[in-house]
Every structure is written in structure tokens, then in C-alpha cells.
Design a binder for this molecule. Structure first.
Ligand SMILES: [Zn+2]
Ligand SMILES: [Zn+2]
Length: 136
């Protein structure tokens, strides 16, 4: 039996469920993913042959494809948050891990495209870790 995961965008208008299993979990450091997330890397779960059901806000979905590439983003038009996208003629669902509201049972498989990472993106595990914004 396939698992069901649920998620939503930042403003909450777009809500979805994924029916299927996550088989891969990659942290992609390529420049396109850095631009698309505004962060060090994307964190995407890959679910072959899964189904996406849009529970609300489907009319708020926007898609952007980088010209002459297979790189696409799907996001909420109101808040810009990334949401799942269907690729490869519907056979692969790519889910931004941060969009999920239900637990993810697998750990990332790999950092990928690390040659293209940001110049400040190294030894990040050695940076101090605090629970709030540090006092100046
Ligand atoms: Zn939104
Ligand atoms: Zn990437």
C-alpha cells in the first residue's frame, strides 16, 4: 500500500497530497536550484509513479521552465513557495521536502552537483547552531 503525504505552500492557499512512495532524496547545489530556492541547495524528494491531488489552490499554481533546459519550478503565485511538480510525462513527482507538513521517513541520499555549490557553502556543520536569532 502506498503512503500518503500532505503539504502546503507558505500562505496556505495551495494544499496537496502525494500518494506514493519517496524513492530518492537529493540535496541539489546547482546554480539553478540555488536561484530557485534562494538557498544553498534544493531538497527534493522523488516519487516515481506517484499521484498529486491538489486539495485547494490549484488555480494559484504557476510553472516556470528555464528555456532550453529540463529545469522547471512550480510555485504558488501568491507567496512564491515551491510546490510539487510532475515531470517526465507524468511518471515522476518531484516534491520540495520543505513543502511537506507530514513526516518524511527517509534521509537524504546525497548532495548532488556539489561542484556548482556557493562559495560560502562548505563545512556548514561547523557553523554555530542556535534556536533563535543570536543576540548582537
Ligand atoms: Zn502560497
Ligand atoms: Zn539543481
Amino acid at each position: 500500500m502506498s503512503h500518503t503525504h500532505r503539504g502546503s505552500c507558505l500562505c496556505g492557499q495551495v494544499r496537496f497530497e502525494i500518494i506514493g512512495d519517496f524513492e530518492r532524496f537529493y540535496l541539489c547545489h546547482c546554480q539553478r536550484c540555488r536561484k530557485g530556492t534562494g538557498s544553498a541547495h534544493a531538497a527534493n524528494l522523488f516519487a516515481p509513479n506517484a499521484t498529486v491531488n491538489w486539495l485547494s489552490g490549484e488555480d494559484h499554481l504557476r510553472r516556470y521552465a528555464v528555456p532550453d533546459t529540463r529545469h522547471t519550478r512550480c510555485f504558488c503565485e501568491t507567496c512564491g513557495a515551491p510546490v510539487p511538480r510532475v515531470q517526465q510525462d507524468g511518471t515522476l513527482v518531484v516534491v520540495p521536502a520543505g513543502s511537506l507538513d507530514t513526516p518524511v521517513a527517509i534521509r537524504p541520499d546525497a548532495h548532488i552537483f556539489v561542484a556548482g555549490r556557493a562559495d560560502w557553502d562548505h563545512a556548514l556543520e561547523q557553523v554555530p547552531q542556535v534556536d533563535t536569532v543570536p543576540k548582537p
